[in-house]
Design a protein around this ligand. Structure first.
Ligand code: UD1
Ligand code: MG
Length: 459
């Protein structure tokens, strides 16, 4: 169900398209369904339907592509009405798991347990005890047996004392669900079709209702406001940080880490404060990440040191845009590695150096204020401060090849396509437009002129 408006977000963006840990809320839910190997996902959209549908149609996630169908609910007449829209898509022999697009962190394992509790022929409700159950549907039991869910607004004072609430998640045989939906009405405090009324029908029909009670509120937490979104984000990040530390990662401060994807760490990794990891990032043994780094889709090999304020942005792992940092490399502070940057072993990239779509072989250094784009750089090259590859002519990108042991002085412009021969030296301030011979010194700049006794103009 993702048709609700999300008024309290006070945003133009549909609520389920807000992000938690780097993924939209609704994507979390769809990913969980993928993990469950659901036969299909039926998304009920309404508010912002076009945006929500477009987002899910274009998002590519790892795992088997799910058979996703969209149904529109217009107007929105309650959760029962939302599920009614999905009925034409549901095969009679299936089990239906009802999820909310704004409840992102339910674990697939919990849903498997819920399905197991239903046994394929019972109505299974995911429930939880809340110290403050205000606003939720209460689980009304007779002895131990579940009798009904009563919505907060319809509940008696006595029922409002019940701490056990309905999470909004249920597992129900499709055939039974269809029959019960046909019997819903709007005779209640909110004048809505309550999905939760099907519990009464199950009881009346002698179908057992089971409650699968969990105790982690994060799994059923919904997002209704920016405050709740931020609280859930922190709760999730804390959990990720705890897991990393349990695995041996040394975090300077677990409260100042953000993982918006998957972070894989070998032994003895240390991460300083305020780092953001996005997409798939892997850190080899002994890697050290300085404070305030943003690292997106990168593979950083053992012993590499990423100094503070470094920005790394790779494309999808395994693609030509992936970023790789070799064993023992030193990067930053204030370095920028863009898509397709591949640094070999012991490469040094210093402050204000940008590398894009370039391969740097072992031992090469670019330590200050430089740009390397669309370049292939051999081993042990020294690339001087202020030097750049002029790789773009306004229409096309061209490659620069710098062979092994070349020494590029400061403030050089290498106008691509161009090749600097092995072992050569390029004098500082040169603008190189032709290939340079191996082993030679190449200088391409105005010759220095000395004019003795020259008088400055004066008034
Ligand atoms: C619902 C449950 C309540 C439960 C609570 C848990 C009902 C009647 N009540 O209440 O027992 O404790 O969730 O959070 O089901 N939606 C639609 N179309 C609609 C109405 C809602 O798609 O017409 C979607 C919303 O976008 C949301 C989800 O369904 O994702 C739940 O709706 P919400 O309004 O939050 O339900 P509650 O009244 O909070
Ligand atoms: Mg709600």
């Amino acid at each position: 169900m993702a048709a609700g408006k999300g008024t309290r977000m006070k945003s133009r963006l549909p609520k389920v398209l807000h992000r938690l840990a780097g993924r939209t809320l609704v994507q979390h839910v769809v990913d969980t369904a993928t993990e469950l190997q659901a036969r299909q996902v039926v998304l009920v959209t309404g508010h912002g339907a076009i945006e929500v549908e477009a987002h899910l149609a274009q998002s590519t996630r790892p795992g088997a592509p799910l058979n996703t169908k969209f149904v529109r609910q217009e107007p929105q007449l309650g959760t029962g009405h939302a599920v009614m829209q999905a009925v034409p898509c549901l095969a009679d022999d299936g089990m239906v798991v009802v999820l909310s697009g704004d409840v992102p962190l339910t674990r697939a394992d919990t849903l498997r347990q819920l399905l197991a509790a239903s046994g394929g022929n019972r109505l299974a409700l995911l429930t939880i005890d809340f110290a403050d159950p205000n606003g939720y549907g209460r689980i009304v039991r007779d002895g131990d047996v579940v009798q009904a869910i009563v919505e907060h607004k319809d509940a008696s004072a006595e029922q409002r004392q019940i701490a056990e609430v309905y999470s909004g998640i249920m597992a129900v045989p499709a055939r039974l669900l269809k029959g019960w939906l046909g019997r819903l009405d709007t005779h209640n405090a909110q004048g809505e079709y309550y999905l939760t009324d099907i519990v009464k029908f199950a009881v009346a029909d002698g179908v057992p209702v089971v409650a699968h009670r969990i105790d982690d509120p994060m799994e059923v937490a919904g997002v209704n406001s920016p405050v709740q979104l931020a609280e859930l984000e922190r709760a999730w990040q804390k959990k990720v940080a705890m897991q990393l530390m349990t695995d041996g990662v040394r975090l300077a401060d677990p409260a100042r880490l953000d993982v918006r994807g998957t972070l894989t760490c070998a032994q003895d990794v240390a991460i300083d404060v305020n780092c953001v990891f996005e997409g798939q990032v892997s850190l080899g043994e002994g890697v050290s990440i300085g404070a305030n780094c943003v690292i997106i889709n990168a593979s950083i090999a053992a012993g590499a040191v990423i100094h503070p304020f470094t920005h790394i942005e790779g494309g999808a792992p395994g693609s030509k845009d992936a970023v790789e940092v070799g064993t023992g490399a030193l990067v930053g502070p204030f370095a920028r590695l863009r898509p397709g940057a591949r640094l070999g072993e012991q490469v040094h990239i210093g402050n204000f150096v940008e590398v894009k779509n370039s391969t740097l072989a072992k031992g090469t250094k670019a330590n200050h204020l430089a740009y390397l784009g669309d370049a292939v750089v051999g081993e042990r090259v020294n690339y001087g401060a202020g030097s750049i590859t002029a790789n773009y002519d306004g229409a096309f990108k061209h490659r620069t090849t710098i062979e092994a042991d070349v020494h590029v002085g400061s403030n050089c412009v290498l106008v691509a396509p161009v090749t600097l021969g092995a072992g050569g030296t390029v004098g500082g301030g040169s603008t190189i437009t032709k290939d340079t011979p191996p082993g030679a010194l190449t200088v391409a700049r105005g010759k220095q002129l000395g004019i003795p006794n020259w008088k400055r103009p004066s008034k």
